[in-house]
Design a protein around this ligand. Structure first.
Ligand code: NAP
Length: 472
């Protein structure tokens, strides 16, 4: 096993010139997917690479220019060792403890599940080889990303470790490889780093659950008030409307509610600050989490609004609509009747569509500016102007669009089937409350106090003040 195998060794020195210093030699344990990609990347970054393997003679093709030998021999030749082996196989490292003494061991491992082991892999490695300096790093990158070089989504190397010197060594190597280093502190942060790759769209979870929950609730609601009601009261089967009409009722409702949910935490936070008289008290955790997922709530809301637009565009080509139109025209011809032009209806429908189109246009603008490539090009002032001012304008236009849809139906009891309001009326509650509260916050006296609080002013408690002055 200890026999050295050199896959290539090239060193040409021009006669008469001093030989350039040899590039640093780094060691990689494990010739698997990550080991190979990492080796390739290190070579491209100007390092020499030696592999430590259980089977140095038969480990398959490795990047050209690298050496492969036994673990013990490889460990002795370099001061920095990347352990590209699964944690389950770490026990062999215990026997190598003497050769690894004083070396920097980079733990790149991940687990299949959270909390699979009582301690983090890197801490376990440190326990097995107490004489080495373990640094947790590179585990958030994939073999693919390493092979292809840093791209926008994979630019960062998170690292942590107890030895500042060891971390600096790994950080220098990472920087030379083209990555940005993010130091997360001591080795106790290793578990957090090991959990990173297991996360699946964590910030989308709550907004997605909300969207699914609202969609199911409102879908059942419109099935009850439209399809079941028609069947129970008039013995009419209109279940075919589920596919387009009912879906096109649910999408805008969910979109409007989710859009208001983007702005509701902001007004709650403003009231909390006004009530507390300071901005220096932490918000409750639920509010913090809610505020952090506003972008995802907004993007999902935009998705539902886009579906509403698409479904609306196909209305004229629907069989049901064409049939109704033809039947109506034929009956008018038969009865020799002409409908009077209804100016109010023309105003109503035109305003409804115009406000809807405007609302959707600003909605799109909001969505586009939330894309990192666009938001990075905006100053903070520009970004907050668009997200706040245009955001409220979107909410206003979309709410107004829904009020126009309702028009005078709010006052007609025939629209309240089984005495419950139509679904779109329910969807108006939250945005109307958010807009009303926002108006309240814009009142000059309220706005002035809020601005002062946000600039650092704190309301003092006269009772506490008098107690303090008595004590001093
Ligand atoms: P892999 O393809 O299965 O390679 C693992 C290597 O470990 C093998 O090629 C083998 O190399 C060595 N090995 C296997 N059994 C061993 C044993 N009993 N004793 C000693 N060495 C043994 O795995 P990988 O994808 O490269 O992943 C390696 C580590 O990197 C894992 O901890 C993984 O969590 C982490 N990681 C992987 C990726 C990725 O994209 N693949 C990304 C981030 C982190 P030899 O035959 O040469 O000894």
């Amino acid at each position: 096993m200890s026999k050295e195998v050199k896959s290539e060794s090239v060193s040409l020195c021009p006669v008469g010139k001093a030989a350039a210093p040899e590039p640093e030699l780094l060691c990689i344990f494990g010739t698997g997917d990550l080991g190979r990609s990492l080796g390739q990347r290190l070579l491209q970054s100007g390092y020499r690479v030696v592999y430590g393997s259980r089977r140095p003679h038969s480990c398959g093709p490795l990047p050209q220019g690298t050496q492969v030998m036994s673990h013990a021999a490889a460990a002795q030749s370099a001061s920095l060792v990347f352990v590209c082996v699964h944690r389950e196989h770490y026990d062999f490292l215990e026997t190598l403890a003497p050769q690894l003494k004083g070396k920097v061991l980079v733990d790149v491992s991940n687990n299949l599940k959270k909390n699979l082991y009582p301690e983090a892999n890197a801490e376990y490695l440190q326990r097995l080889v107490p004489g080495a300096h373990v640094v947790k790093a590179f585990n958030t990158l994939s073999a693919w990303a390493l092979q292809n070089g840093p791209s926008d989504a994979n630019r960062q190397v998170y690292l942590c470790g107890n030895s500042a010197e060891a971390k600096q060594g790994v950080a220098d190597t990472s920087t030379k490889m083209g990555f940005t280093v993010l130091d997360r502190g001591s080795l106790s942060a290793a578990r957090e780093l090991e959990d990173f790759p297991l996360q699946l769209f964590p910030e989308w979870r709550l907004p997605l659950r909300l969207a699914i929950g609202l969609t199911i609730f409102f879908f059942l609601y419109v099935v009850l008030t439209d399809v079941i009601y028609a069947y129970a009261k008039e013995k009419k089967d209109i279940s075919f409307r589920i596919m387009v009409s009912l879906a096109n009722k649910v999408f805008p409702i969910v979109s409007l509610i989710m859009l208001s949910l983007c702005y509701l935490p902001g007004v709650i936070a403003a009231f909390l600050q006004l009530y507390r008289g300071t901005k220096y008290k932490r918000f409750p955790d639920w509010l913090d989490r809610w505020m952090l997922c506003r972008k995802q709530l907004g993007l999902l809301a935009l998705g539902f609004a886009s579906l509403h637009v698409l479904y609306t565009l196909i209305i004229p080509i629907r069989y049901y609509v064409r049939y109704r139109l033809a039947a109506h025209t034929i009956s008018q011809i038969r009865e020799n009747k002409t409908s009077e032009f209804d100016t109010t209806m023309a105003w109503r429908t035109d305003s409804y569509y115009a406000v809807g189109i405007l609302g959707f246009a600003v909605y799109l603008l909001l969505g586009i500016t939330s894309l990192p490539s666009v938001s990075n090009a905006l100053s903070w002032r520009e970004f907050s102007f668009i997200q706040s001012k245009l955001g409220y304008l979107t909410l206003f236009l979309c709410t107004f669009h829904t009020y126009l849809y309702g028009w005078d139906k709010f006052l007609k009891p025939s629209y309240y089937k089984w005495y419950i309001p139509p679904a779109y009326m329910l969807s108006l509650v939250l945005p109307s409350v958010v807009l009303a509260v926002k108006l309240l916050l814009l009142l000059p006296c309220v706005d002035r106090s809020l601005t002062r609080i946000r600039q650092g002013w704190e309301r003092t408690d006269p009772e506490a003040d008098s107690k303090r002055s008595l004590l001093t």
